[in-house]
Design a protein around this ligand. Structure first.
Ligand SMILES: [Ca+2]
Ligand SMILES: [Ca+2]
Length: 150
């Protein structure tokens, strides 16, 4: 799956998220307290949030298909727990922190460099532009790309 197929697109009236290749949208006027723990009341709806987690999917190891991931809020950062296969078990990678948790942020997944597997990303909005912090590997660290897009 191409990275652009997994990107989350934010617009003034819509938050859209792509998880496992399925685009889900919700009107920003929807009200919900379904954000991650500690989140401020949302003026827009985060789709598929199951506090304290919300799901993502990606081909973390770059082999075969996608696997599930669960994100949480660990002390103000997104915590990522990732599994390679679509089956039960422990995470295949040490749970890591990546991205500053913010009510104006949203996690994304993609194969940003086109090599190996998918990596994490976090998108922040200042209400006018989106800033994408993207990392190649399924681990914590500095972003490999910081991009203002839209
Ligand atoms: Ca895989
Ligand atoms: Ca990659």
């Amino acid at each position: 799956m191409r990275p652009t197929q997994k990107l989350i697109a934010l617009a003034a009236t819509t938050i859209a998220t792509v998880m496992s290749g399925v685009l889900v949208t919700a009107p920003a006027t929807a009200t919900s307290n379904a954000g991650p723990p500690g989140a401020e009341p949302l003026s827009s709806l985060v789709v598929c949030s199951f506090p304290p987690y919300f799901p993502v999917a990606g081909n973390w190891d770059g082999a075969g298909g996608d696997g599930p991931g669960a994100l949480g809020n660990a002390g103000g950062e997104y915590s990522w727990a990732l599994r390679n296969g679509p089956n039960a078990g422990q995470p295949d990678y040490s749970t890591f922190s990546y991205g500053r948790y913010a009510p104006s942020g949203c996690a994304v997944v993609g194969n940003w460099d086109g090599l190996g597997g998918d990596g994490p990303g976090v998108v922040y909005s200042n209400g006018q532009t989106l800033e994408w912090h993207l990392r190649n590997g399924p681990n914590g660290g500095n972003p490999d790309y910081t991009v203002t897009f839209l």
